[in-house]
Design a protein. Structure first.
Length: 461
């Protein structure tokens, strides 16, 4: 305990299991670079406040850069008494440059504002990475949609065949969800980028450390305005976990679509070998494990979100050790979403589609709405045309034939507004999707517009 940074008032040793239970170094060491960055900014603030001489500050900076290098090279030696990344780095700094100067670094700072600052620095970097992965995913989807615009497939509601759509339209429907996620993630950044440093444990620093200067040094968007609010504030962690949960809902829903479409029964798409696995007993099997994991891991992310929200909901004001429980969910979530997005990108970039199977799954009854629309254009009220088209469906069912097999004379019996062009003009899937050319629809024009919208959006976010 003598060796612990806070050991002064202690005489007894920490119980070994308590040490293990209390430590966070085993997982927070991944923030080593953020911790060094925060400490360098703090040392500059101390110099500006007249607590450190320029020489001392330079010495601290040199030492901290060496600490960072040791972590980078895998040479940092962890001591059994090191508790977290903050105490470990400070302990090592003093070994390198000596306690006389090293011991001045923590002036006017607490691990409370330090850890909150480090987490924000660390998360901002990760968010930039995740944004990059999301952009790549969206672009892969947009490029595919552009290239495969000819393929028409059944669109489903309730997993029942509904109306024909372009495959590209379905694919882009998922891309738009990820684009909304990208937008939302960008909107989180200003709130992650609010600086706690200089607020110390809870009550602010008494050395007039210039916090606006610290903000500038670290490139944060804004300053926390109330030390008791900003030091223990973990809303940015919760918001990220919530963001991840929503993004993973989209991931999971897309995975479910593609799992269904890759079955032999549908056969619309086939995953590449790179993202499939085999069975240990059934030689013929090719399983969509990548998609199943995207679906499965969403549950894990929701769990991290709910778990951490429960950890903090009853904590009183200011820092409490409960807050250390923010790290494992956040880290796990960052890793899971980053990998999930990259896997989704790979799956989508390498799958192949089977337009013949898509076409074969289209049936005339999916144009029953178009049949009703035909009569609308002849001036019949839609409610009536819906009924007439329904009777045509019933007739086809009774005769065990397709809607397009019903003769013109029979159509004429259903309504005298039918003209000889009815069969040719209605029962054409290409026509059906092309008619839906209003913004948001599956026509070629619609696909082109969406692709342009997504590409331009990704560019500016
Ligand atoms: N490892 C701690 C955490 O992650 C750092 C802050 C510790 N502060 C304290 N007063 N014990 O939350």
């Amino acid at each position: 305990t003598k060796r612990k940074l806070w050991g002064g008032r202690f005489t007894g040793a920490t119980d070994p299991l308590m040490h293990q239970y209390n430590q966070s170094l085993s997982y927070d060491q991944r923030m080593y670079a953020a911790d060094v960055k925060g400490s360098i900014a703090h040392s500059r603030g101390l110099e500006k406040a007249g607590i450190l001489t320029q020489q001392e500050r330079e010495e601290i900076e040199r030492g901290l850069r060496q600490v960072e290098q040791e972590w980078k090279d895998g040479k940092f030696k962890i001591f059994p008494d090191d508790e977290d990344i903050h105490t470990a780095n400070e302990r090592r700094l003093s070994e390198i440059i000596g306690k006389d100067i090293g011991g001045k670094l923590h002036t006017g700072r607490s691990r409370n504002d330090q850890v909150a600052t480090d987490m924000r620095i660390w998360l901002m970097d990760e968010v930039e990475n995740i944004k990059g992965y999301l952009k790549d995913l969206i672009l892969v989807m947009a490029n595919r949609a552009e290239k495969e615009v000819d393929a028409i497939m059944p669109g489903y509601t309730h997993v029942q065949r509904a109306q024909p759509v372009r495959w590209s339209h379905l694919l882009l429907s998922h891309a738009h969800a990820f684009y909304a996620d990208l937008t939302r993630l960008s909107q989180l950044i200003p709130r992650i980028s609010t600086l706690p440093l200089g607020c110390a444990a809870l009550a602010g620093n008494p050395y007039s450390i210039d916090r606006e200067f610290l903000q500038q040094e670290l490139g944060f968007t804004s300053l926390g305005e109330n030390s008791m609010h900003i030091v223990p504030d973990r809303d940015f962690v919760i918001e990220f976990l919530q963001w991840s949960s929503l993004m993973m809902i989209h991931m999971s829903k897309m995975a479910e679509d593609f799992i269904i479409y890759s079955t032999a029964e549908f056969g619309f798409i086939q995953l590449s070998d790179a993202y499939s696995t085999g069975s240990s007993i059934m030689p013929q099997k090719k399983n969509p494990d990548s998609l199943e994991l995207l679906r499965g891991k969403s549950g894990r992310v929701f769990g991290q979100m709910a778990g951490f929200m429960m950890s903090v909901k009853g904590t009183p004001s200011t820092y409490n050790k409960d807050l250390q429980e923010d790290k494992e969910p956040l880290f796990d979530c960052v890793d899971t979403v980053a990998n999930s997005i990259r896997i989704a990108e790979g799956v989508i970039a390498t799958l192949s589609i089977n337009p013949e199977k898509m076409l074969a799954a289209l049936t005339d009854d999916m144009l029953a709405t178009d049949l009703a629309d035909y009569l609308v254009r002849k001036g019949v009220p839609f409610r009536e045309t819906h009924h007439i088209s329904g009777r045509a469906v019933a007739l086809a069912e009774k005769n065990k034939c397709n809607l397009s097999d019903i003769s013109f004379e029979q159509y004429r019996e259903l309504s005298d507004k039918f003209e000889p062009d009815v069969i040719e003009s209605v029962f054409n899937f290409e026509n059906s999707v092309e008619k839906r050319d209003a913004v948001g629809g599956p026509s070629r024009k619609g696909i082109e517009r969406q692709v342009g919208y997504l590409k331009a959006g990704v560019e500016k976010l």
